[in-house]
Write a protein that binds this ligand. Structure first.
Ligand code: ADP
Ligand code: MG
Length: 267
């Protein structure tokens, strides 16, 4: 198989069987950094320690899979990384900005402009077609400027294999197709980072495979940075890095070490 490659401002990167090879001599840009992120949910008398000090660096163009047993804190981490939930302690830096230091309005704007979310449930607007769901997202991003199915919405839906479904409503689409529309909606604004919480969790294995290949394609084609929570080992196998969580902590970072070792050896 041909090794996918991508090129961005700073450095040319080849991903070959999870090894990252750098050409150009400059360090990969860190797009997201979590420092000592802790989350305690205070529910009545009992405190739930969902996260116990998470440090995580994600580079531009990286595809990171997070795995771990139910209840270990994966969704909480993703919500904090995306600025949906504040941490109890620690910081999240997104593209050089400490999102905890922003006002609510600034954080909402940052989230809207820089982050795409995909969840297990597709959350499409039921009365709108595939194209309509994309256009409304584009409309919101652009604060009102929109059209009746702009070229890039159509192109994106075509890339995701939905050229025959542009005018279909969610009810007329399979689960896999709906999730691909949700994926298109999440990346329509070219977010700095795509956060996906078990996006294949509601899909059969064939549709999971398709969505997985679409994620991989978005990653290589657009250098889309992705953090993906999954229980599916096949999904994790296509990522560049696997982060395993246990009990609110990152459990195993062997591949992280490999990643940085590869990076360092080319500097
Ligand atoms: N809003 C909340 N209020 C109280 N406890 C919560 C809340 N959200 C999650 N938790 C608890 O935090 C822990 C981590 O949950 P979660 O992040 O959803 O884990 P995962 O996504 O890995 O299944 C669990 O014990 C869960 O019950
Ligand atoms: Mg979860």
């Amino acid at each position: 198989m041909e090794a996918p490659f991508c090129e961005h401002k700073e450095v040319k990167v080849c991903y070959d069987n999870r090894r990252i090879i750098l050409h150009g001599g400059s360090r990969l840009k860190t797009i997201l950094e979590a420092k000592g992120v802790t989350k305690v949910y205070r529910t009545g008398r009992v405190d739930v320690w969902a996260l116990r000090g998470i440090d995580l660096n994600v580079s531009q163009g990286e595809f990171v899979a997070i795995m771990g047993p139910s209840g270990c804190g994966k969704s909480t981490l993703l919500h904090i990384l995306g600025g949906l939930t504040p941490p109890s302690k620690g910081e999240v830096w997104l593209d050089g900005v400490n999102i905890g230091a922003l006002s609510d309005a600034e954080r909402t704007r940052t989230r809207r402009n820089k982050i795409g979310f995909v969840f297990q449930r597709f959350n499409l607007l039921p009365t709108l077609s595939a194209l309509g769901n994309l256009e409304i997202a584009r409309y919101i991003h652009k604060n009102g400027a929109g059209g009746n199915g702009s070229e890039s919405s159509r192109d994106l839906l075509k890339i995701l294999g939905l050229e025959n479904k542009l005018r279909s409503k969610p009810i007329e689409m399979s689960g896999g197709e709906q999730q691909r529309v949700a994926l298109a909606r999440a990346v329509i604004n070219r977010p700095a980072i795509l956060l996906a919480d078990e996006p294949t969790g509601n899909l059969d294995s064939e549709n999971s495979q398709t969505v997985l290949h679409m994620l991989q394609d978005l990653n290589t084609r657009f250098n889309q940075t992705i953090i993906l929570i999954t229980h599916n080992p096949e999904v994790a196998a296509v990522a560049h890095r696997l982060v395993e969580m246990r009990d609110g902590k990152i459990h195993d970072r062997v591949q992280d070490v490999t990643y940085h070792a590869a990076e360092e050896s080319f500097l």
